[in-house]
Design a protein around this ligand. Sequence first.
Ligand code: HEC
Ligand code: HEC
Length: 367
Amino acid sequence: MFRFVQTIATCTILAAISGGVSGLAQAQTPAGPEAASQPPSTPEAQYQQYCALCHGEDRAGYANDDAPSLNTKSMFALSVLPLYNAAYYGRPGTTMGPYGEDMGGPLSSDDLYQMMMWLSREAGVPPGRPPANALDPVVGDLAEGEALYQENCAMCHGSEGEGHGPEAPGTALGNPTMLATSPDLFLKIAITEGREGTQMPAFKNMLTEEDINSITAFLRSRASGWDVEMASYDAPPSLENIVLNPEGEAPEFELDRGRYISSEQLNRALSEGRKMVLIDTRVPYFWAMAHIKGSLPVPYYSERSEFLSNIPNDGTWVVAYCECPRAAADATVSKLRELGYENTAVLYEGYAGWTAKGFPISVGKVE
Ligand code: HEC
Ligand code: HEC
């Protein structure tokens, strides 16, 4: 069995679910006697301290900055994962900042999972396993989707998905971090069901499912930027061509704790055309939603030996990243080091951290 794949699946999907279950148990633990002098430790207390300012004490949103309601069933219908990502990495370009500790925020990954589980239960959606089709791509007609978007959505979300204008109460749908961390089905559910009690209408009674699919596919096609003229979908690199910039010089990475590089270091090396192998250790669908250009979606190659035999073990740098932000990439790099690969590194902030810092991404195609 391909060990990398198992690690990734556990990391990205199951952690969201099982992490929450232990989170619930912990959330119910009564505060100890020292609680008064400690920073808030329950999800609810953390919510009131950090989030209520904009999302409201009652979680109904719109206390400040057009912050959405965090109390709708349709928001949590798919999974807490997209919401966790929003809270951990923020939505750059809006007032929704990053709260995750790797992004300079005050809350750990576990704090935020627990908070999302708590919010989901409060909204009336007991957190559970996402449906089997949670990561299925939604396919539709892009040109049709764009026309339908301009007609039905632009007045609230902006003609370029910018949102939050004086007359645009909607969220920023053109936000690359939002699009890169929200599965197609999350978008489709929001459009189909609306967000009850907010201005976001349920389009299931106004548009056909085909129309909604086209709009969803159109939004996905904007994931690497609203201005790209034509959506271009990268095909995964072939196993024979996995070294980026084979003629380039080696990057000069300075590793933190012997292992990590920052998004800034990676972006500099890529834009200078340095030679390396870049591995995306997430499930392939995440690679398709958006990825760092030139990266190889490892789970594609289900035979580890086939994959490894194509990575030159000659000192070429191998950089791995994942969503978690680090667990799956760490496991991959540890494995490579065991096998004698000398120059290996993990992208510290992970994939969503990369997008949240505004570095370039591409949209991919998986069959
Ligand atoms: C300064 C105001 C502000 C604060 C404080 C704030 N948010 Fe937000 N939040 C926003 C805005 C504005 C958006 C919508 C951004 C957009 O257009 O995508 C948002 C979006 C979100 C979303 C995505 C909602 C959706 O519809 O997909 C989540 C989840 C979220 N915030 C959670 C939190 C949590 C949890 C906290 C506290 C740890 C928090 N926010 C603190 C303003 C804020
Ligand atoms: C009347 C204004 C309005 C119209 C029209 C409208 N929206 Fe929205 N939309 C909103 C608001 C407001 C929200 C945030 C609701 C909340 O959760 O508090 C939202 C949320 C969303 C979300 C969830 C975004 C996120 O950050 O999680 C999606 C996706 C979305 N809208 C897509 C669309 C599409 C596509 C259309 C057109 C078919 C559309 N909307 C039309 C106001 C509108």
